[in-house]
Design a protein around this ligand. Structure first.
Ligand code: PLP
Length: 396
């Protein structure tokens, strides 16, 4: 069968391949601890789920405007704006079935074939895939482990140029948990102004931050480039409900961008997915306007697990794990074992019954690292660490 060229670059996300192998082992009776997962292990918070159920019972099951329910766009403009200290109009907000469309559609709207786009490596695999779909030229920028997986600004300066049309940022980042420093955001903002390029800022983990970041309780938040002067005019903010509100399967995301671009997003949504499920948006409205206690409690639990995992990993000879400041991933360095990340991830699955992802599932710069998710129980993480320590001793 022959396919269009734009499809040639697409491949499955690494997490799906590892999950399939882990499930095959489970079918043989093996007990596997899943640390390859990219979603919260909590159910959607009850008041949010009930709002969705109520919406279905009340007949909120029909089409709605492509860019989202006006009442949700209004609520998101206020909430997202307040958290970032920027005024957003509801017309700048676009609601979509997940954050993923808010990555692809701005690329389709803004990029011409051959336009260069800078993106982080290691990074979320959808960036490179979506750039190929849009016909753009992906140009990777390494993240530096020694700087908490902040952007390599020397490489950034060397690779940005007149053909650069967009820069993708992701903070806190998948797969590293790194948070971009204010210095980096300012550096990137200045360069974006100089070269007149767009910023696509994926902030889906912005409320899963720990330690010394500004805010606290319900207000804890990672710094956003859109808060810097002049940046709302050239920034597309992509965010969603999947991680903050444990709503991965509901499919609900939103973007904030200049109004003319938001109008084009509405057209792209009209002619692709049509609109986002109406009852899902009512659940989202409750998530934004209702109590934030569950968000705060879940973040505290992730914090506890992060500390357990980082301490446990660093206690294993040969493993070096920097402290991630956000999201729910650790990205330990395993170079000391002298094996590829893929080999080691396979070994841990087969020998220790612990499913993890090789760093290379997120780009070539991920070599020498594994990604472990702490979206699993405290007890399971404890057990996984013991099993990993035993298995890794065998090969050190
Ligand atoms: N961006 C990043 C960095 C992610 O890790 C994910 C999901 O894993 C997404 C976007 C997509 O999220 P959604 O479920 O809202 O489409």
């Amino acid at each position: 069968m022959s396919f269009a060229r734009r499809i040639a670059y697409l491949k499955a996300e690494g997490a799906y391949a590892v999950l399939a192998r882990a499930q095959a082992l489970e079918a043989q009776g093996r007990e596997i601890i899943h640390l390859e997962i990219g979603q919260p292990d909590f159910d959607t918070y009850p008041h949010v789920a009930l709002a969705g159920i109520r919406a279905i019972a009340n007949g909120r099951t029909r089409y709605n405007p492509p860019a989202g329910l006006p009442i949700l766009r209004q609520a998101l403009a206020e909430d997202a704006g307040q958290r970032r200290g920027v005024h957003f109009a509801p017309e700048q907000v676009v609601v979509a079935p997940g954050t993923k469309p808010l990555l692809l559609f701005p690329m389709l709207a803004l990029l011409e074939p051959g336009d260069e786009v800078l993106y982080p490596d290691p990074g979320f695999p959808t960036y490179e895939a979506a750039l190929h779909l849009a016909g753009a030229e992906p140009v990777s920028i390494p993240l530096l482990e020694e700087r908490g997986f902040d952007l390599d600004l020397e490489a950034f300066d060397a690779r940005i140029g007149p053909r650069t049309r967009m820069i993708i940022l992701n903070s806190p980042g998948n797969p590293t948990g790194g948070v971009l420093s204010l210095r980096t955001l300012e550096h990137v903002a200045e360069a974006a102004g100089r070269y007149d390029c767009w910023i696509l800022s994926d902030e889906i983990y912005s409320r899963l931050v720990y330690d010394d970041l500004p805010g606290g309780g319900d207000r804890a938040f990672s710094p956003s480039i859109i808060s810097l002067p002049g940046m709302p005019e050239r920034t597309i903010l992509a965010d969603g409900f999947s991680k903050t509100y444990a709503m991965t399967g509901w499919r609900l995301g939103f973007g904030v961008m200049p109004e003319p671009l938001a109008e084009k997003m509405g057209l792209l949504l009209t002619h692709s997915v049509g609109c986002t499920a109406t009852f899902t948006q009512f659940a989202g409205l409750e998530a934004v306007l209702g109590s934030q206690d569950a968000v705060v409690a879940v973040r505290a639990e992730f914090h506890r697990r992060r500390d357990l995992m980082v301490e446990g990993l660093n206690a294993i000879p040969g493993v070096r794990c920097p402290m991630p400041r956000g999201a729910f991933y650790t990205f330990p360095n395993i170079q000391a074992f002298g094996r590829s990340a893929e080999w080691l991830a396979d070994y841990l699955l087969e020998e220790a019954g612990v499913a993890v992802l090789p760093g290379t599932a997120f780009g070539s710069q991920g070599e020498g690292h594994l990604r472990l998710s702490y979206a699993n129980s405290f007890e399971n993480i404890q057990q996984a660490l013991e099993r990993m320590a035993r298995a890794l001793k065998e090969i050190s």
